[in-house]
Design a binder for this molecule. Structure first.
Ligand SMILES: Cc1cc2nc3c(=O)[nH]c(=O)nc-3n(C[C@H](O)[C@H](O)[C@H](O)COP(=O)(O)OP(=O)(O)OC[C@H]3O[C@@H](n4cnc5c(N)ncnc54)[C@H](O)[C@@H]3O)c2cc1C
Length: 420
């Protein structure tokens, strides 16, 4: 660690190196990245046997403490980022520090609620990994997801929110008007109201070496900003609106092929996007086609796909964006107690079937508030909520609205607030 900065030694195109850099950046931690290209550099700079040594990347922390190819958890532990919650009880507990969770945190804290945010990986959520968000109000030149998240984090902390990174909520229970939450670390907190803002996890292709090529040419989702970084032939997998938008963005500067499993785009794509794609000579749409193989050494170099007739074609590409949707992150929820739609998104307020609500929990005869789930006092905000708009601004709006709903709930049950 030089001048308080972590030094990371690694090879170019190393997915492990990318993960560590992304994790540190998204957690607002400064570092120096030193790329090792030869065995001599590896020996001299990183003190290991050569550029193919499996101990890479090497992270050098304070007092010359070295971590060899550390997991993100090991790194966070070494940096002493893991700390438990300050209190046992909170007015408001928020799970997930993406745009929805951060916005809820700053509104909750600014309104005097004792507020905690628990985040499994890094502040910013999906948005934190986006290099430029161009459609967020107030930033005409765009803003990086990391910067937006970092500002929101500072603001929420300044207003009194407690934000804990590296802690995963693994189970929740409603008991006697309280929400109890358990963490992977074994700790537990109680809160009077809870906001679930855990977002979605992108679906995987299920191909061999998929993990290896992740962030080395294979990416999940496709932000408008990524278009500027990709040169050469771009392949988009998927036929929904997010795939269509991504294709149009990339097509502004490069050749795009869309691999679509379905028969046509008409059923899955909005008409305006369909028309634009059909009119765009840089986009080729291959329907009834499935991506079957990923190939390359250090990074993705080639893919194969199979058409309806069973013929396989192989093409060169260094950039594949997978936009096949995702599933909500709700591993912690007890099936049946939290009511979800068939795709697994949390149903709230008017979308809930009141006749199916637990009479044991809903003793006061009131209807669930807008954004309140089938569990009294548990609210959902952002991408994880049924019918939400999958956008940063919408998620931030959801977070603020969920806090106002939580306030109404706390008033209705006449909870004595703990404050900060
Ligand atoms: C590549 C890409 C580019 C995008 N570009 C844009 C764009 O340009 N403009 C735009 O408006 N939108 C964009 N989006 C969409 C936008 O990022 C999402 O709609 C938004 O981030 C959703 O916010 P959220 O807070 O609901 O969830 P997320 O951002 O997904 O955050 C959820 C957080 O919850 C945490 N979490 C999950 N489970 C647990 C648990 N059990 N315990 C604790 N924490 C947990 C996760 O680690 C994560 O940090 C993009 C998305 C992607 C993937």
């Amino acid at each position: 660690m030089l001048n308080g900065r972590i030094v990371i030694y690694g090879r170019a195109n190393s997915a492990a190196g990318y993960k560590i850099r992304d994790f540190l950046t998204r957690n607002c931690c400064e570092y120096d990245w030193v790329e090792l290209n030869t065995d001599e550099e590896a020996r001299k700079l990183a003190g290991i046997s050569g550029a193919t040594d499996p101990r890479l990347p090497v992270c050098v922390l304070s007092q010359n403490r070295r971590l060899y190819c550390p997991s993100l958890r090991d790194l966070a532990m070494a940096l002493e980022w893991f700390k438990g919650p300050k209190y046992e009880c909170y007015d408001l507990a928020i799970f997930g520090a993406g745009p929805a969770g951060l916005s809820a945190a700053l509104y909750g804290a600014s309104e005097g609620l004792r507020t905690i945010v628990v985040e499994k990986i890094a502040v910013g959520g999906q948005a934190g990994s986006t290099s430029k968000i161009e459609n967020y109000m107030g930033f005409p030149d765009g803003i990086s997801g990391w910067e937006l998240a970092s500002r929101a984090r500072q603001q929420a902390i300044k207003l009194g929110a407690e934000i804990i990174v590296g802690l995963e909520g693994v189970a929740g229970e409603h008991q006697d008007g309280w929400q109890f939450s358990w963490f992977a670390s074994g700790e537990q907190i109680a809160s009077k109201a809870t906001i679930c803002a855990t977002g979605i996890e992108y679906s995987r292709l299920g191909l061999e070496r998929e993990d290896y090529f992740l962030n080395r040419g294979l990416y999940y989702g496709a932000g408008s900003s990524e278009a500027e970084l990709c040169k050469g032939h771009v392949v988009i997998v998927g036929g929904g609106n997010s795939a269509g938008q991504a294709a149009l963005n990339f097509a502004r500067q490069t050749r795009v092929t869309m691999l679509v499993r379905g028969e046509c785009l008409k059923d899955t794509l909005s008409t305006y996007l369909l028309e634009r794609i059909e009119d765009n000579s840089s986009i080729t749409v291959l329907t009834r086609t499935t991506l079957t193989k990923l190939e390359g050494d250090d990074a993705l170099e080639r893919i194969s796909y199979r058409d309806e007739a069973g013929n396989t074609t192989s093409i060169e590409t260094h950039s594949v964006f997978v936009c096949i949707g995702g599933k909500p992150r709700l591993d912690w929820a007890k099936p049946g107690v939290l009511h979800c739609d068939p795709a697994g998104y949390i149903l709230t307020g008017p979308d809930l079937d009141r006749s199916g609500l637990s009479a044991e929990m809903w003793t006061d005869g009131r209807a669930p508030l807008f954004m309140e789930s089938s569990i009294p006092g548990l609210f959902a905000a952002g991408d994880v909520r049924h019918n939400s708009t999958k956008r940063c601004a919408a998620a931030a709006g959801d977070g603020a609205t969920a806090v106002s709903m939580a306030h109404q709930f706390l008033m209705s049950v006449k909870h004595q607030l703990l404050g900060r």
